[in-house]
Design a binder for this molecule. Structure first.
Ligand SMILES: Nc1ncnc2c1ncn2[C@@H]1O[C@H](COP(=O)(O)OP(=O)(O)OP(=O)(O)O)[C@@H](O)[C@H]1O
Ligand SMILES: [Mg+2]
Length: 354
């Protein structure tokens, strides 16, 4: 059943609440995403960061109604899409192959995938593939669709677009192919763009150009952007807010400036120390250990086995997300306890001064 609530333009475009995704396999249930919440407004960019296997792609695919096979399911939570002033749709309740989901996917919410070569069809020209996306969702004829395809290629910085529109994917460089993927994603003017590791397959200079392009288009079209990456360095220039995920859970969530100035979760701090900086002589720190098995029984903080600051409570009890300063939430006992102590001392000194 689909939920339709009264919407308002002040509401976020997308509001993910306590999302849980489970994958049923022959050897057990993978809890890929556990109680993840975040929201994005029009014109806002959210970075979702975390190492391999932490549930970033599953989160993205669930929004698109594209969870793999029949074995991955949204087990709980809501994915509220603010479609119009009078309609909020819980995407988690829509049938992935149903007419409503198909009218939203690729049209109102679009996604750019990591590997353009496997997302583009090698036997069709890039023009045909952009036109296909346009014709699928918009009532235009082939001539008009071709005109729009050329305009899109131009927009994403492909030189001589009117000639290259007839080329095949293998005739383009990796960076150009990723630009084509962006053109396809943006061809229907989506309100929400999800980019899952859009630059991982590219070399560093091209990576920077593609990120700049995504950011520029996001601002130009006032889209909500969800940028997914394992690299905190990638979100630095692009994201307004950052959610750091570890083992299926968000462990820190704050405006990007706060994450970079005052990273608080021990995992975020270690991720930041793992970003290479040009000219820096500081040794890059790797995060010792690895993410636990997805089948393991979970007790306490998920990061405790790799954390250098662990105390007994971390091993026994899962911390919830809590505010440690305005707009800055952290899932860590140490930071939360330090904040309560500071608050108490602050209150005591105020009382003493009265
Ligand atoms: N088809 C599948 N069957 C079983 N488990 C899966 C499947 N796809 C993903 N998983 C598991 O779900 C969890 C989350 O995977 P997900 O792909 O969302 O990670 P990710 O954060 O996107 O990682 P990466 O950075 O490698 O892309 C992992 O434990 C992964 O092993
Ligand atoms: Mg992924």
């Amino acid at each position: 059943m689909e939920t339709e609530l009264a919407a308002s333009s002040q509401n976020p475009l997308l509001d993910v609440r306590n999302l849980k995704i489970q994958i049923h396999t022959d050897i057990g249930v993978v809890r890929a995403v556990e109680n993840v919440s975040f929201s994005v407004h029009a014109g806002q960019a959210l970075g979702i960061v975390g190492e391999s296997g932490c549930g970033k792609s599953m989160t993205a695919l669930s929004i698109m109604g594209l969870l793999p096979g029949g074995n991955a399911k949204v087990a709980d939570g809501q994915i509220l899409y603010n479609r119009s002033d009078s309609e909020i749709i819980d995407l988690a309740t829509l049938k992935p192959t149903g007419a409503k989901m198909r009218s939203i996917r690729g049209n109102e919410i679009a996604m750019i995938f990591q590997e353009p070569m496997s997302s583009l069809n090698p036997v069709y020209t890039i023009g045909d593939q952009i036109m296909e996306a346009i014709i699928l969702h918009q009532r235009v004829n082939k001539t008009e669709a071709r005109k729009r395809a050329i305009k899109m290629l131009d927009l994403v910085g492909i030189p001589a677009a009117s000639q290259r529109v007839d080329e095949y994917p293998h005739q383009l460089s990796g960076g150009m192919r990723q630009r084509v993927m962006i053109a396809i994603a943006l061809s229907c003017n989506p309100r929400i763009l999800i980019a899952d590791e859009p630059t991982t397959a590219l070399d560093v200079t091209v990576q920077a150009q593609i990120l700049e392009l995504i950011k520029q288009l996001q601002i130009e079209f006032n889209m909500a952007l969800i940028l997914i990456t394992h690299d905190l360095g990638v979100v630095r220039e692009v994201a307004d807010d950052v959610a750091v995920m570890y083992f299926g859970r968000v462990v820190e969530h704050a405006p990007a400036a706060k994450i970079f100035k005052n990273p608080s979760h021990p995992y975020t701090q270690r991720l930041l120390k793992a970003i290479p900086r040009i000219g820096s002589k500081e040794e890059l720190l790797q995060i010792e250990g690895s993410v636990p098995s997805p089948f393991s029984i979970r007790k306490g903080c998920d990061f405790a086995p790799r954390c250098l600051e662990t105390v007994q409570k971390c091993k026994d009890q899962l911390p919830e997300m809590e505010l440690i300063e305005a707009q800055h939430q952290v899932r860590c006992w140490l930071r939360q306890d330090a904040k309560s102590l500071n608050d108490k001392e602050g209150a005591k000194s105020t009382n003493n001064n009265e």
